[in-house]
Design a protein around this ligand. Structure first.
Ligand SMILES: Cc1cc2nc3c(=O)[nH]c(=O)nc-3n(C[C@H](O)[C@H](O)[C@H](O)COP(=O)(O)O)c2cc1C
Ligand SMILES: Nc1ncnc2c1ncn2[C@@H]1O[C@H](COP(=O)(O)OP(=O)(O)O)[C@@H](O)[C@H]1O
Length: 307
């Protein structure tokens, strides 16, 4: 996959089928779009995704502004499903103010677009004036096919990033995973912690999540963890460990069942399965340790039931 970012100076010679959108938390609502792209790819077009790189840093203080999928994660997901070109267009004033007609023309000219696939609620261009009807109207003028898809629903509500985000923020991991069509995950590098874990017989891998990544509520979760393409069962605390003194950063900290290896500096992915409880401040490390043993027992029972 070719990943084009930080530039408006992109050009694709080969004829393309393109889908446009934010694609935050590429979810089941996007599945139909992806299927159409795959179908057109079979017919000989290159599959392209056009998305905007809206700088997340500006708004990271607000939880609503956190993302389900970081740009890097999107890159991996799109590559995994066979997208040929991922264009991450910088969201500059120039782009924001572009008239929708000019936006369409730019796409067609720069990306040799033969087919545009979009959801019926897709808006684009200055003041979001461009819509699916405009995409259809200009199809003849510019010689592309416009495929407009209706939105997939769950509980009579459109599946959307907002829907998924709400479920994650409420700790409804199973529901969020169902809406996504895969398990919500966090990827990051294993860092050194306070080295207390090993002293209480419960070592943990500490992962500092990307700043802009939306995390489920502070609490304890059953997880599955990928390290070097191998899968492990885990129990994960998301939070600032209030029992441990000091200003602990928000972390994602996992004890892996039946595992004894050194994995510092490795990049691991933690997939969430279910929430066990909220994070708490315990009166002593011993009390915390006791509760952590209960969490581990819960996790073992969870996976035993799966088998
Ligand atoms: C299953 C599990 C549950 C946890 N629950 C809490 C909690 O409720 N409150 C808390 O302060 N820390 C909690 N923690 C974090 C521990 O405080 C942390 O793992 C321990 O201090 C070791 O940290 P270290 O890796 O920095 O040495 C939990 C950790 C795990 C693995
Ligand atoms: N079962 C396990 N689960 C998690 N980490 C483990 C496990 N066994 C060994 N380790 C190793 O122990 C380290 C964690 O030990 P810990 O005392 O919690 O130190 P730290 O505070 O640096 O995380 C991990 O980074 C990992 O390399």
């Amino acid at each position: 996959m070719k990943y084009i970012k930080n530039t408006l100076d992109f050009h694709v010679e080969e004829p393309t089928v393109i889908s446009l959108g934010k694609f935050d938390g590429i979810h089941r609502g996007h599945e139909l779009l992806m299927e159409k792209l795959a179908q057109k790819k079979e017919e000989g077009l290159k599959a392209a995704i056009f998305t905007f790189d809206i700088p997340p840093k500006k708004n990271v203080e607000h939880i609503e502004a956190k993302v389900l999928t970081t740009n890097e994660e999107k890159m991996h997901i799109f590559e995994g499903i066979g997208i040929d070109y991922l264009i991450e267009c910088p969201f500059t004033r120039e782009v924001m103010c572009m008239e929708p007609e000019d936006f369409i023309r730019m796409l067609v000219e720069k990306l040799n677009v033969k087919c545009i696939v979009a959801g019926e609620d897709f808006h684009f261009g200055h003041n979001r004036r461009g819509d699916y009807q405009m995409l259809k109207r200009y199809a003849l003028v510019y010689g592309y096919e416009a495929l407009i898809l209706s939105k997939m629903k769950e509980d009579e509500r459109d599946i959307s990033s907002t829907f998924v985000r709400e479920e994650i923020m409420a700790g409804n991991i199973e529901k969020a995973n169902h809406l996504l069509g895969y398990r919500y995950f966090v990827t990051g590098m294993v860092k050194h912690g306070n080295q207390i874990g090993r002293t209480i017989g419960i070592p943990t891998i500490n992962l500092i999540p990307p700043e802009e990544k939306l995390l489920p509520p502070f609490g304890v979760y059953v997880t599955e963890v990928f390290i070097d393409d191998k899968r492990y069962y885990g129990v994960t605390n998301v939070g600032c460990k209030p029992t441990i003194k000091g200003n602990n950063p928000v972390g994602v900290e996992t004890h892996l069942l039946d595992f004894r290896e050194d994995v510092y500096e490795k990049v691991v992915t933690v997939e969430f399965r279910t929430m066990i409880r909220e994070e708490r401040k315990f009166e002593s490390i011993e009390k915390l340790q006791e509760q952590m043993m209960n969490d581990i027992a819960f996790t073992r029972a969870f996976f035993a039931k799966m088998k």
